[in-house]
Design a binder for this molecule. Structure first.
Ligand SMILES: Cc1ncc(COP(=O)(O)O)c(C=O)c1O
Length: 532
């Protein structure tokens, strides 16, 4: 049976419209349609009243009966001109969504007959098949590049300058890759034309192995090291190789959402444990313990943390190790920011405390060497590898299947890991990251209604908004309103699997002058903003 929800999703997909776009188009046409209504229609919880049904059908260029799912027949979409949705305004900021999408709508060949790919009897030459995404993606969230970012892109397409405090990409903010890294890559480029061994070049893995020794990772040989096209690829690989449908994995909340997304995509169940703002955002060990079941296979920590900027001390790490030991869990530790630590603090790899457990430690050059675009990361298997023999075979298989990681980028791992670490200069008083952190922390927490824990590492802060004061119930709307009013892009807390609408993440990579401008605008926005 094809439900209204199925048809709605299909038609939205065909028109390249998101839920929020429908809400905007409705508002411009004085149709009362809230985000929660659309969400309920999409999730199949309710169907709309007649007038809303017809509004949706018109907007989506489909027949209302078809949309309702009453008709199982293929539908002939109406021509754009005959039942065009009322044109959204091009002047108001909120009109932008509709404007941009209406041009996209024009590119959809709606005169053709549209069929479901599953309707085999309509494979005639005039039929256009709709390809739907896999249902495996239904619960996958990756809002760091989600709907608010898409709206920012649409604004930019129209020539609006958007100040981006949303993504941890150092290069566009003037953080230069060390010259030596660029020089060494150019010297080796012609030797990097072919595939490397699947796990990576010997020289790169040797350098990573030595780095692992410095970080006191136990029982690591060169064959325990895998390079990847960024840590991202390896997170995906590790989750795919480990999780059977329904297997559980403990992931922090807030998290770097790729972890949750990859675990979910692999068929696993991401179970979120709380990182506690009252305790400097350290993991709440009792919450972790409560959430362990007999399906729990592993736990993930992100240390230093994105989005909170927390750095975990040895006592906290030790408690996590004890818990993992007690419940026979694998530890995955994402340490991509391990070199970006301030205030004279030292980063400790959790694997160094767990020689009897199986640990996988992730790091790379995207952040510490400002070469996120070169795509180079790695993971190190350590500790008790005997208990993970079969899992390691799975990892090897998937590693072989993707052939190898970017070879030119592998060629600079040795250069990057050893010798002068230019990033250190950014992290001390007078250095850019340090001073920008000092500025953003003070300036944002000076705004009435905003509080924050001062970050100690990485280049993110996760401030809290007084939701009562601003009447905020939906943090995505907050981010969108800020974007549309002030042209500032932040990521709402829910983008990091944070369940309350009371946080957002700022990236403090821009220079202080730019941060000043941003904070001034945020402050002004919050002086009048009330949601609802
Ligand atoms: C915690 C964390 N892990 C992994 C990644 C991905 O890094 P890479 O560029 O190596 O794929 C990021 C990127 O922002 C991150 O914040």
């Amino acid at each position: 049976m094809t439900t209204f929800s199925d048809r709605l999703k299909e038609a939205m997909y065909a028109q390249n419209l998101k839920q929020i776009d429908l809400v905007h188009i409705a508002a411009e046409n004085n149709v009362k349609l809230g985000k929660s209504h659309v969400s309920q229609y999409v999730s199949g919880k309710t169907v709309p009243r007649n007038d809303i049904l017809h509004f949706l059908a018109d907007t989506l260029h489909v027949d209302a009966d078809w949309l309702l799912g009453d008709s199982q027949e293929n539908f002939t979409a109406r021509e754009n001109n005959s039942v065009a949705p009322k044109a959204p305004s091009t002047t108001k900021t909120s009109g932008s969504v509709g404007t941009s999408n209406s041009s996209k709508r024009g590119t959809t060949p709606m005169k053709k007959t549209i069929t479901d790919k599953n309707d085999n009897d309509n494979a005639g030459s005039s039929a256009m098949h709709i390809f739907k995404k896999s249902s495996k993606l239904d619960n996958v969230l990756y809002d760091v590049r989600g709907p608010v970012v898409e709206e920012a892109a649409r604004m930019e397409e129209r020539g609006t300058h958007v100040l981006k405090l949303n993504i941890g990409n150092p290069a566009p903010f003037g953080f230069r890759t060390p010259d030596e890294v660029i020089y060494d890559m150019s010297q080796q480029l012609s030797d990097c034309e072919g595939y490397s061994p699947s796990q990576g070049l010997f020289s790169a893995r040797k350098a990573i192995m030595q780095y692992s020794q410095i970080k006191k990772l136990p029982n690591v040989t060169i064959s325990d090291i895998y390079t990847g096209n960024g840590v991202s690829e390896l997170i995906n690989l590790c989750m795919s190789a480990l999780l059977d449908n329904g297997d559980e994995i403990l992931i922090p909340s807030p998290d770097y959402p790729l972890w949750t997304a990859c675990a979910t995509l692999a068929g696993g169940k991401a179970v979120h444990y709380i990182c506690d703002e009252q305790s400097d955002w350290y993991p709440d060990i009792e919450d972790m313990r409560r959430k362990i079941t007999d399906r729990t296979k592993a736990l993930v920590i992100i240390n230093p943390n994105n989005p909170t900027g927390a750095l975990y001390p040895k006592e906290v790490l030790q408690k996590i190790v004890d818990l993992a030991r007690e419940h026979h869990l694998i530890i995955f530790s994402d340490e991509i920011y391990d070199r970006l630590v301030m205030d004279g603090k030292e980063h400790i790899s959790i694997a160094s405390l767990a020689p009897d457990l199986f640990c996988v430690t992730f790091s790379g050059l995207s952040k510490s060497h400002m070469i996120a675009g070169f795509r180079i990361g790695w993971m190190v298997l350590s500790g008790n590898k005997a208990i993970a023999k079969d899992y390691i075979e799975g990892i090897k298989m998937l590693s072989n299947m993707r052939l190898c990681s970017n070879v030119p980028a592998q060629s600079v791992v040795q250069t990057a890991l050893w010798g002068n670490q230019s990033v250190n200069d950014y992290l001390v008083p007078g250095g850019r990251i340090y001073e920008q952190r000092e500025y953003i922390y003070k300036a944002l927490t000076d705004i009435p209604g905003i509080t924050a824990v001062k970050p100690q590492a990485a280049f993110y802060m996760f401030p809290k908004i007084d939701v009562k004061k601003f009447n905020i119930v939906n943090d995505e709307k907050f981010a969108l309103d800020l974007l549309q009013d002030k042209k500032i892009l932040i990521v709402q807390g829910s983008g990091f699997n944070w369940k309350q609408p009371d946080h957002f993440r700022v990236v403090y990579l821009p220079r202080i002058e730019v941060l000043k401008e941003a904070v001034g605008k945020i402050s002004d926005f919050l002086s009048y903003y009330r949601q609802g």
